[in-house]
Design a protein around this ligand. Sequence first.
Ligand SMILES: [Zn+2]
Ligand SMILES: [Zn+2]
Length: 248
Amino acid sequence: MFLKPLFDLFFPQICFGCGNRISYKVPADFDNLRQQKLWEINRYLCPACLENLVVLSDDICPKCGNPLLASGCPHCTKTKFVFTAARSVFLFDERTQRLVHGLKYYSFLKIAPVLAAYASLYLENHWKWQKPDIIIPVPLHKVKFRERGFNQSAEIGRWLAEFSSIEYRDDIILRNRYTRTQTSLGRKERHKNVKNAFDISPKHSLKNKTVLLLDDVFTTGATCNSLARLLIDKKAQQVFVLTIARPS
Ligand SMILES: [Zn+2]
Ligand SMILES: [Zn+2]
C-alpha cells in the first residue's frame, strides 16, 4: 500500500512493554470496529508481551476484584466498600502500566478505543451481573484536566459505551469545588477530600438504574467508593466499578 511506508517512517512501531521493534501484518478485513480495535493492541505490544498480559477474572476478591492473597483481601479489610462490586480487566504490571501511561501522559488517544474494546470483551465474558444501564467516567481533577486536555477515563468510557451499547453520561457527576489532587493525601484524607468534591446533577434521575463507574486504574478504591455512595444516595439501584487495570 502506498501510505504504509510513510506511516512507519513517522511512527516506528516499538513495543510499549519491552521496547523491542514490532512487526505485524494487518488483517485484510475486520467484522466490526471492536474486532479491529482488539487487534490493534498488536501495534502497541509485541507477541511476547501480549502473551504475558494478565486478565483478572479468577482468584480475585469477589467484592473489590483484587487478586487474592493468602491473607485475604488487603482492601476489603480496610475499607467498607458500598459499591456492589469492582472489577479490573488487567493486572497493572509494566505492560499495562505503560499502555495506560501512554494514553494518560503521552496523549496516545488511539490507545483508548483499544483498552475499551478489551473492557467490552471483559463485560461480555466475565460479568456476573446484569448489564449496566449507564457508564459514568470518574471525573478528572480540574487542574489535571487543564494540563492534560482530556480525561482518560472519559475517552475509554465513551468507546466502551459504544462497543457494549450502553448509555454514556459524563454530565451526572459534577465537581463542585476546588479540591486538592489526591496523590499527596493519606487514605482518610482522600475519603474526605472526595466526599466534598463531587455532586450529582439534579437534572437526572438514577432511580432503578445500574451504574458502571469507569476509571483507568483502581488503587485504594477511595474515589470510586465515595462516588458510589453519592450515586446510591441519589437512588441508583446498584453501582459497579470497572477499571482497566489494578496492581496486586
Ligand atoms: Zn514487548
Ligand atoms: Zn476486596
